[in-house]
Ligand binder design. Structure first.
Ligand code: MF3
Ligand code: CO
Ligand code: CO
Length: 309
């Protein structure tokens, strides 16, 4: 018998029962005074190619959108607790956006029914807020995108619900570190695939997986531009990073295999293994010397630090 090269990883069973779909609340409304993105009525974003590099004026407006998204993420993070429904997190985020004059970008984006994404435990991304109550020991990723002054800011963080097991906390710490390892490569002249290479190097050695199906993206007047930012090393992604580009880095890291499937709601992506996933996201601007994180709040640390695990 041939000797196995790699030992099969023995993982503990996930610490909670599988997440199931709940009930959706009625659609939330946005006051007429708030400017809407192009897709708000039809659900269909335009397919124009979009530019990778922003004008100084766009950059100024993206600082505003980024700050607001970061503030809303903190407001939602404060509401995370056992017994709270993910729909309640959506309500808090929806109202926090509107109070700041911003449209919650997910609402009706490609038909998405809610104002932010809530991804619990083995849900990788794009979880739809519903009547499910958070349980003590859950982890929940909240992904906020705000549209204001014609541009989007996109940021997410993974939060603890009550008392969480050590393996999940380690996963969250590793994921946050991986995002920062990716961000640290960004400067004019670096390559898009340096980001994925650094993220993979940052998590390697453990039993973690890097999700491939969902990637970071260019962002500006469109929620997602054609610029693709994989979180794994792909030799084909040799695009050179230039000053003035704006894009997200948002690695999804799993315990065990990153293979996934999507629920029949056509949104909710979950691990096949049932093991947990964590994610962090920032919107970035490439500066003359390096990188600026656009999704930072004013005068307080960001959610990833305020709620650091
Ligand atoms: N905010 C997510 C991202 O990071 C996209 C959510 S799309 C939605 O790209 F329609 F689900 F909101
Ligand atoms: Co994003
Ligand atoms: Co996002």
């Amino acid at each position: 018998m041939a000797r196995r090269k790699h030992r099969t990883a023995l993982l503990d069973p996930p610490p909670s029962p599988p997440v199931r779909q709940g009930m959706l609340s009625p659609r939330r409304t946005v006051p007429a005074s708030i400017a809407r993105p192009e897709y708000a009525l039809t659900g269909q974003p335009s397919t124009r190619a979009g530019r990778a590099v922003r004008t100084p004026d766009e950059i100024e407006r993206m600082r505003v959108a980024g700050r607001i998204a970061a503030e809303v993420l903190i407001e939602v993070g404060k509401a995370v607790a056992p017994g709270v429904t993910t729909d309640e997190l959506d309500r808090v985020g929806h109202e926090a956006c509107i109070e700041r004059g911003a449209y919650p970008s997910p609402l009706n984006y490609r038909g998405f029914p809610k104002s932010l994404c809530t991804s619990v435990n083995e849900v990788i991304c794009h979880g739809i807020p519903d009547s499910r109550k958070l349980l003590d020991g859950d982890v929940v990723n909240v992904d906020v995108t705000a549209f204001i002054e014609g541009v989007h800011g996109d940021t997410n963080a993974t939060f603890l619900v009550g008392d969480v097991d050590e393996a999940s906390k380690d996963l969250i710490r590793a994921t946050r570190q991986a995002m920062h390892a990716g961000i640290a490569t960004v400067r004019p002249g670096s390559k898009v695939n340096d980001i994925g290479r650094a993220i993979e190097a940052s998590v390697k050695g453990g039993t973690y997986g890097v999700v491939q199906e969902f990637i970071g993206h260019g962002i500006g007047d469109q929620f997602h531009t054609s610029l693709q930012i994989p979180h794994y090393y792909d030799p084909r992604h040799r695009t050179v990073i230039e000053e003035g580009m704006t894009f997200t880095i948002e690695p999804m890291i799993t315990i065990g295999s990153p293979e996934l499937y999507v629920w029949d709601d056509d949104w909710t992506a979950v691990t096949i293994s049932g093991q947990r996933c964590a994610q962090f996201e920032h919107t970035l601007l490439v500066t003359s010397t390096g990188v600026e994180i656009l999704t930072l709040p004013d005068g307080t640390p960001p959610a990833e630090e305020l709620f650091a695990v």
